[in-house]
Design a protein. Structure first.
Ligand code: SF4
Ligand code: SF4
Ligand code: SF4
Lengths: 116, 182, 158, 104, 150, 174, 378, 358
């Protein structure tokens, strides 16, 4: 039924979630106390906020992911036609993948794939 | 100590018994359905301080398996838990933590005091400077289950009792109410 | 060789994982291995160890008589003051004054089932009972009087 | 607007472009500037696709251009962020004002 | 190593130490100021007491006694070193630089008995709340609120 | 107005609204999320234009990749909860003026230019077509750019690694 | 000899640039109770761990000063509740040593068998809990199946499942249950047949191995310096089994090996415990058929008074060396009592072992340290 | 009987006969909305119960059996309770994003339903980039998690969210490559085409070794992408309490909980479609009789059967393995899965081009 179904599904998601949350909101009266709104940290009051500058070792993976993801994107149209085009497509893609695999090897060699 | 006073539980326990506001009361016709749901889906907070916690683990283990009642979804976060099983001694240093955990739980919430320690300090009632003489000095308790430690069946029994109470449609105040009536 | 190591790594990893899965899978298809005992459905058939220390009780015979003399040995032996012996003086038919218990107050909430009181009792008046269904909604209900109302001491026990 | 949806789409892309420009002007933080740049690239992309679809439906060149722009945007973002993080490491700041004074 | 050899070794480094052999193990009584010297000697010398298996304190109402149980994983013999401290201002050198286990044990003794360990890297309360007043394991400790006497 | 036009306007509103929020929000994490919404709405616009392939790519690359990367770099370089300093009023005014002027100018041109639009012709695109054209070696084929892209990606990857792994003296252990 | 500079001075204040200070515990599933760790993180890497204790400090030492020698034994069950029987044994041994009470052979045999059963039960629980820390839930249930058999035996004989309190000075509280031997043998058979399960699910699992090998390394020297005992020290190659070094009860009559690994990492600690279970089975097998007939409790006075002096006993609990140190003034209650608990020392090595590793490694390290917090806090 | 094959056509005809086009559109939307919500609710209930039962049986225990016959209503009770539980928002949280995150996660789940073929001719939207659509939309779910984790203003949440961010994006790659190697065989991204290409055998069997390898990789990758054990680092209970949803309670938590299971269902459905022929019955070569017999089983049953088999597989993993450490997790992806799947893709291409598959 076409793209309109996406909108229908979105509406369904919102209705479903909002419905559930609203029912709870309306019917349940919670008690309130000063502790309730505080962040849970194993029962210890916490004063340092996590919204603090913070070291993540993950960003390198996100970088590499981005590159490979773009590559993946180009492979989709290729994969669809490879059977029809045949050997030329194979060679083209071997070159393509080979070049990127070089990058992968380089990353590996440089230790970028070692999470520290 | 006079006999009568001992029996009436009027002993002056050290510390203050905190009043906690109730909540989570549904006032409508589908009460019973809600209470059925609540009673059958008591997710415990994985809270254990000492020996009784081991028996709580045994209750979770295959032989006793409290998942039969739907309790197995032990949540590590108090936000998602419905019942605290205070399994073990509560000491003065832990008391504010327990209170905070309880406070941070979303309503409705229930409390089971498991073992002598959680009820009254148990073996550590006399001559200790650091043990809270009963978890109900800190947070309201719904079901008490004596024993040191109570055996797993006893914990199951207390859970069933709690279920019964919820199913009876009592509000939280009522569930805890008869604490004051005697 | 690098490639060879790589392949054998993968192979060993996968086989070890498969072994684990075989084990759990085996249990999945063998429901007979389930060892769950269904309390409370098995309440009737549930057999506890007869030594199981569930609470302290005072056995009474059919004449509502017990054997406690009120000697307070149990109170002294108890490490955490669970037992309080409240005594009174009774006059026996012969007119002699005799010490007897008014109430043996037992606070189950404190008891740690250590059995020391039972061991200390010179006249075997109390014993451990294998019960466990003590859950209450009110902690004062856990303070019990072990001697039954109107009970008296058995003849001949000093 | 009897002409079909081309003009509204173009207006959207123009709007987006200038929103991006506004962001680029007002922000001093490199990451937010990068975000503004992404918005501008996207507005260009919309144009390519829209022109292709509504003006030259028999060809695919617009699509390919937007495809390549997305690719280049990704590569650019990756490198930019690598640079930003490196800058941050050496200068503890990713404010452009600080960065202009730096001697690398 | 025999007790005699140990005695000899200790007298060589610390002539003023007195010995008591009535208990299970050799007891060595020293002055608190001598502790560090003795400890270093015990650890580095031929006795090779590398294992401090118990560190505690006893309140004698008149004074406090630090009790150290040393053992050697090489010779397998144990000795007890004791030092009497003034009850009002107890203080002694830390051993945490020599035996790392002492760090925690000393923190415990610090809060339970109030003994100050000089040069301790991190002398804070370990077990009790920070606001806790008094030294609970001392004999005269009173806590009328929390402590119910049987 | 039929449904599809309404949807177009709704999408346009989302794009522009989220875009404006993205460049004005003072919380950087929120700005990233608004950027995300803007990008997703653009993908929705592509869906609306029935170029599903580009729409999917838009989501994969932008949302799955770039925004996640931006979020990580925010964690790494910012106190993500801190309010960012507002630019000075003069700057805002100047930029706003420039942007508005530019927008009105361009909009004027757009609305007055007569586009050779031909609604009669139906534009359809399949992945198959894209693939064929991408791999074809003829004049209109994109095989050369396709292979060059791989070189570009390789260069980008190596560049990233070289830059990111470069340790300056003041390096934090990241 | 450790140089002074080696001790890490506490210079980092809370929340340095790029660092995150996270409280783990006291209510945290991995801290097995109420240990509170203040973990300073740099990304996912642990910079420093600072244990805060006392969330289950029950002042047992103070309490024992007002309990008689008969009474205080039961409190020790609550210290390291997983080795409650061995704790009781340690106290009873001290009293018996101090008062020269003769313990009948039968009682000695039963005490040792029960000690080993306790050890197995404790290790089983540890196995399940550690697997759970590492994210594998199922071994927990398999381990508890075997553990339940032991608790059954305990319940039959001692009347309690966990806090046994079966030992009195001079012997045992009651005689063993008539079915005792039969049940223990059944347990041994069951245990032996299920060992492969743990191997398949845990020991040989590639994920488990990579999570534990080379993680949380503790060298032999550090182990001694930190006063580590039990499986933790033995995994680092330190021979410290009290049962071998200073045999008590009938340990000198049975054959068993002290399990020693040298790697010092989490996997070594794991292996030590697993092998120890087998050694315990070996000990039980040697004793179970030879329990001598006779009294189960020796003659003791009604009121026990320890002579003036100082007494120290050491026993090997499931976690390591438990020292009981009593200063007596000759009365019915001890003047000062100190429990040298194995966990306390083992815990102090945690920072050393886990600093520099990942959060996930902390779970493996803590899991294999096998901490019982009431034992540490007392 | 249970076949849904004719259903869509029936409804279409009925609608066309009775209403004008706009109305039809609206009614169709309403039907889709209702169906999707029902499906969500039912799936959530069934899958959670299934998980508990599977876990229980693996762990030699009974599992929920006291609420309703055989514990059937256990999850109903849980759901009701969760709805009737207070929803908390921490004071210091970013309230907007905190409340938005569950919606995002839910929307992603819903949108993913669009191209899934539940039975023959029973599909919401058979769009021509079906598989690509799935992988693109599912990459959105990471945003919901990152939002939730950041907005909670809780350290565990943030750590968990970042872990899962890195994890999901990484594993998307090998999932993508695994999918690609099947697309090489089918030559189309459209779900119907993919299913139709398996009329005479499923790709898992037709595609030789590359198909099997990519199947394994696919299963591993989607397990990781859905944050399931042994890759459940985002909510690693023993490390980060409850991970990114530590601060969520009540219905909002339930939505995350539900979304996890829905995601599992969807990825398994995709797996079933790509590798096991979707609703295609099992056909073996020229065994006409056998094939005929198989055809009698309705296509929806085939589809559900295959999907639930894969779901069971994933649950089986969860209850068997310990959790990986975060660096090992990334290692596994970048050192093992990615190179292998790249290589495997080439292999598949060769086989496809030379037509060596059946
Ligand atoms: S009641 Fe007994 S078993 Fe339970 S925590 Fe207290 S001492 Fe331990
Ligand atoms: S069993 Fe122990 S605690 Fe209970 S009353 Fe008897 S002596 Fe006291
Ligand atoms: S129960 Fe036994 S010990 Fe206690 S008072 Fe009665 S006779 Fe004496």
């Amino acid at each position: 039924m076409g793209a309109i179904s996406l909108i229908a599904l979105l509406v369904a998601a919102i209705a479903f979630s909002a419905g559930g949350i609203l029912v709870g909101k309306i019917l349940v009266k919670g008690s309130s106390n000063p502790q309730k709104g505080q962040a849970y940290e194993c029962g210890i009051p916490t004063d340092t906020s996590p919204w603090h500058q913070f070291n993540v070792g993950y960003y390198l993976f996100a970088l590499l992911f981005l590159i490979f993801d773009v590559e993946l994107v180009f492979l989709y149209p290729w994969a669809v036609v490879v059977k029809k085009i045949g050997i030329v497509a194979l060679i083209e893609i071997i070159v393509f993948i080979f070049i990127l695999f070089m990058g992968f090897l380089y990353a590996h060699k440089k230790g970028a794939l070692k999470w520290n | 100590m006079e006999l009568n006073e001992t029996l009436k539980g009027k002993e002056v326990f050290p510390g203050i018994i905190h009043e906690t506001p109730g909540g989570g009361i549904v006032v409508s016709t589908f009460d019973s359905i809600i209470n059925w749901a609540r009673s059958n889906s008591l997710w415990p907070l994985s809270f254990a301080t000492s020996c009784c916690g081991i028996e709580m683990m045994s209750t979770a283990s295959a032989k006793y398996d409290f998942s039969r009642f739907g309790f197995e979804v032990a949540r590590a976060s108090p936000r998602q838990a419905d019942v605290i099983i205070i399994a073990g001694t509560i000491v003065n240093k832990m008391a504010p933590v327990l209170k905070r955990l309880y406070d941070q739980m979303a309503d409705p919430k229930y409390v089971i005091a498991m073992g002598a320690c959680a009820i009254s300090g148990g073996p550590f009632f006399y001559n200790t400077y650091s043990v809270v003489k009963g978890a109900d000095h800190i947070i309201p308790v719904d079901v008490y289950i004596p024993g040191c430690p109570p055996r797993p069946e006893a914990l199951l029994h207390s859970l069933i009792s709690l279920q019964e109470k919820i199913k009876m449609g009592m509000t939280r105040e009522q569930i805890r109410g008869d604490f004051k009536t005697v | 060789m690098f490639i060879k190591d790589y392949i054998s790594d993968v192979y060993n990893g996968v086989t070890s994982l498969l072994k684990g899965m075989r084990k759990t899978g085996w249990y999945f298809v063998h429901p007979k291995e389930i060892i769950t005992e269904q309390y409370p459905d098995n309440r009737a058939t549930l057999k506890l160890a007869d030594r199981f220390k569930g609470e302290v009780v005072m056995p009474h015979d059919e004449n509502n008589e017990h054997t406690c003399t009120g000697c307070t040995a149990c109170e002294l032996a108890c490490p955490n003051g669970t037992i309080k012996v409240v005594t009174k003086f009774e006059t026996t038919p012969e007119g002699k004054k005799k010490k007897a218990i008014d109430a043996l107050v037992y606070r189950l909430e404190l008891c740690t089932m250590c059995n020391l009181c039972v061991a200390a009792c010179p006249s075997d008046a109390i014993k451990m009972a294998p019960t466990f269904e003590h859950s209450v909604f009110d902690r004062t209900k856990l303070t019990k009087i072990l001697n039954q109302p109107g009970s008296k001491i058995k003849e001949g026990i000093e | 607007m009897s002409q079909g949806p081309l003009i509204p789409i173009l207006l959207v892309s123009t709007g987006l472009f200038f929103i991006g420009m506004y962001g680029l002007f007002t922000r001093r933080n490199m990451i937010t500037m990068l975000m503004a740049i992404e918005l501008m690239l996207n507005s260009v992309n919309i144009n390519f696709v829209a022109f292709n679809k509504y003006l030259f439906p028999e060809k695919l060149n617009g699509l390919f251009f937007s495809l390549f722009i997305i690719t280049i945007a990704a590569a650019e973002a990756a490198v930019a962020i690598a640079i930003i993080i490196n800058l941050y490491r050496s200068h503890q700041s990713i404010d452009v004002d600080d960065a202009t004074e730096m001697k690398y | 190593m025999t007790n005699e050899a140990i005695k000899e070794f200790i007298t060589a480094t610390l002539p003023s130490a007195s010995f008591d052999e009535t208990g299970e193990w050799l007891n060595i009584q020293i002055e608190p100021t001598q502790l560090l010297t003795l400890a270093k000697a015990l650890r580095e010398g031929e006795t090779n007491m590398n294992y401090l298996f118990c560190l505690t304190c006893v309140d004698w109402k008149t004074h406090l006694t630090m009790v150290y149980h040393f053992s050697s994983t090489q010779h397998r013999n144990s000795i007890v070193v004791k030092a009497n401290l003034d009850r009002n201002q107890p203080s002694i050198e830390t051993l945490s630089f020599i035996w790392r286990t002492a760090e925690f044990h000393e923190r415990e003794v610090f809060e339970m008995f109030g003994v100050q360990f000089e040069n301790h890297p991190d002398l804070r309360k370990l077990i009790l709340e920070d606001e806790f007043k008094g030294f609970p394991l001392r004999k005269d400790f009173e806590d009328p609120i929390n402590m119910i006497k049987l | 107005m039929d449904i599809s036009t309404i949807i177009l306007y709704a999408i346009a509103a989302c794009i522009l609204g989220a875009g404006i929020l993205a460049v004005t929000s003072t919380k950087i994490f929120r700005a990233a999320i608004y950027l995300l919404f803007s990008l997703v709405s653009i993908a929705a616009l592509y869906f609306w234009m029935q170029v599903e392939f580009i729409a999917a790519i838009q989501i994969v690359v932008y949302v799955g990749g770039i925004v996640v990367l931006i979020i990580f770099s925010i964690f790494l370089t910012q106190q993500s909860g801190k309010e960012m300093a507002k630019p000075s009023a003069g700057k805002i005014l100047a930029s706003l003026g420039a942007a508005l002027f530019g927008f009105l100018f361009t909009a004027n041109i757009i609305t007055h230019y007569s586009w050779g639009e031909n609604p009669g012709r139906i534009f359809t695109v399949t992945v198959d077509q894209i693939g064929r054209e991408m791999l074809s070696t003829t004049e209109h084929g994109y095989i050369l750019p396709f292979e060059v892209i791989s070189m570009l990606l390789l260069a980008a990857m190596i560049g990233c690694i070289v830059i990111a792994l470069k340790r300056t003296e003041k390096t934090l252990d990241i | 000899m450790i140089q002074e500079t080696e001790i890490i001075k506490d210079t980092t204040h809370l929340g340095d640039e790029g660092e995150l200070v996270v409280n783990m515990g006291p209510q945290h599933p991995a801290t097995h109770g109420v240990l509170h760790l203040v973990v300073t993180l740099n990304g996912e890497t642990i910079k420093k761990i600072e244990p805060h204790l006392g969330y289950i400090h029950r002042s047992i030492e103070k309490m024992c000063e007002s309990l008689t020698y008969r009474q205080f034994i039961y409190v020790t069950s609550r210290m390291d509740y997983l080795s409650s029987h061995i704790n009781n044994l340690g106290c009873a041994l001290l009293i018996e040593k101090g008062m020269q009470i003769e313990v009948p052979e039968r009682a000695k045999y039963v005490r040792v068998i029960l000690s080993e059963l306790t050890r197995i039960a404790s290790h089983e629980l540890w196995l399940g809990a550690m697997a759970m820390d590492l994210g594998a839930f199922t071994p927990f249930f398999y381990a508890f199946r075997e553990r339940e058999m032991i608790t059954d035996i305990m319940e039959d004989t001692c009347g309690a499942r966990l806090t046994m309190n079966y030992i009195v000075p001079g012997g045992l509280m009651y005689d063993i249950h008539p079915d005792f031997q039969k049940k223990v043998k059944a347990f041994i058979t069951q245990f032996k047949s299920k060992v492969t399960e743990y191997e398949d699910l845990v020991t040989n699992n590639v994920i488990f191995q990579s999570r534990t090998k080379g993680v949380g390394i503790l060298s032999a020297e550090d182990a001694i310096s930190y006063g580590c005992t039990g499986p933790v020290a033995r995994a680092s190659g330190v021979s410290c089994d009290i049962r071998k070094l200073f045999p008590y009860e009938v340990y000198d009559k049975v054959e068993f090996d002290e399990v020693i690994e040298t790697a010092g990492d989490s996997f070594a600690r794991y292996m030590v415990r697993v092998k120890e279970m087998n050694q315990s089975i070996r000990i039980i097998e040697q004793l179970i058929d030879n329990i001598p007939e006779g009294d189960f409790v020796g003659k003791t006075k009604n009121v026990l008074k320890l002579p003036k002096g100082e007494f120290y006993t050491r026993v090997e609990t499931a976690r390591g060396e438990l020292g009981v140190y009593i200063v007596s003034e000759g009365g019915t209650t001890p003047h000062r009592i100190k429990f040298r608990s194995p966990g306390f020392s083992n815990l102090s090595a945690l920072n050393h072992m886990a600093a520099g590793s990942k959060i996930g490694d902390l779970m493996a390290t803590m899991g294999t340290l096998d901490l019982v917090i009431p034992d540490i806090d007392r | 009987m249970f076949s849904l094959e004719g259903l869509t056509a029936m409804i279409q005809n009925w609608l066309a006969a009775n209403f004008n086009p706009t109305m039809i559109l609206v009614l169709q939307c309403v039907i889709v909305i209702l169906l999707a919500i029902t499906l969500f609710a039912v799936l959530g209930l069934v899958l959670v119960l299934m998980e508990r039962k599977v876990a229980a049986h693996i762990q030699i225990r009974l599992g929920p059996n006291r609420v309703g016959p055989g514990g059937m209503f256990q999850t109903v009770a849980d759901t009701l309770k969760l709805i009737m539980k207070e929803g908390l928002t921490p004071d210091k949280a970013d309230k907007l994003l905190f409340n938005l995150a569950p919606f995002v996660v839910m929307m992603v789940g819903m949108l993913l339903l669009a191209p899934i073929a539940f039975a023959k001719n029973f599909q919401i939207w058979d769009l021509n980039i079906g598989v690509l659509y799935i992988s693109s939309i599912s990459s959105l779910s990471v945003i919901g998690i990152l939002m939730a984790g950041w907005a909670s203003n809780n350290k565990y949440s943030l750590l968990g969210a970042m872990r899962s961010g890195a994890q999901i994006v990484s594993y998307e790659l090998s999932a993508g490559f695994a999918v690609l190697s099947i697309i090489v065989f089918t030559g189309s991204l459209q779900i119907t085409d993919i299913i139709n290409s398996q009329e005479n055998g499923w790709w898992l069997f037709k595609g030789h070794i590359p198909a099997i390898i990519s199947f394994v990789i696919f299963i591993i990758a989607v397990t990781a992408e859905t944050n399931r054990a042994p890759f459940d680092l985002a909510e690693a209970e023993s490390e980060l309490t409850a991970g990114f949803h530590t601060e969520y309670s009540g219905m909002r938590f339930a939505l995350f909980f539900l979304a996890e299971y829905i995601n599992i269902f969807i990825v398994c459905a995709i797996g079933a479609t790509l590798f096991l022929g979707g609703w295609m019955p099992l056909h073996i070569g020229h065994w006409e009789g056998f094939n005929h017999l198989m055809d009698y089983i309705p296509s929806s049953v085939w589809f559900m059967g295959k999907t639930f088999f894969l779901i069971f597989l994933i649950m089986w993993f969860r209850w068997t393995f310990p959790r990986l450490r975060v660096d090992q997790l990334l290692n596994l992806e970048w050192k093992y899965l990615l190179p292998i799947s790249l290589f495997n893709l080439l292999l598949a291409t060769v086989i496809a081009i030379y037509g060596w598959h059946f």
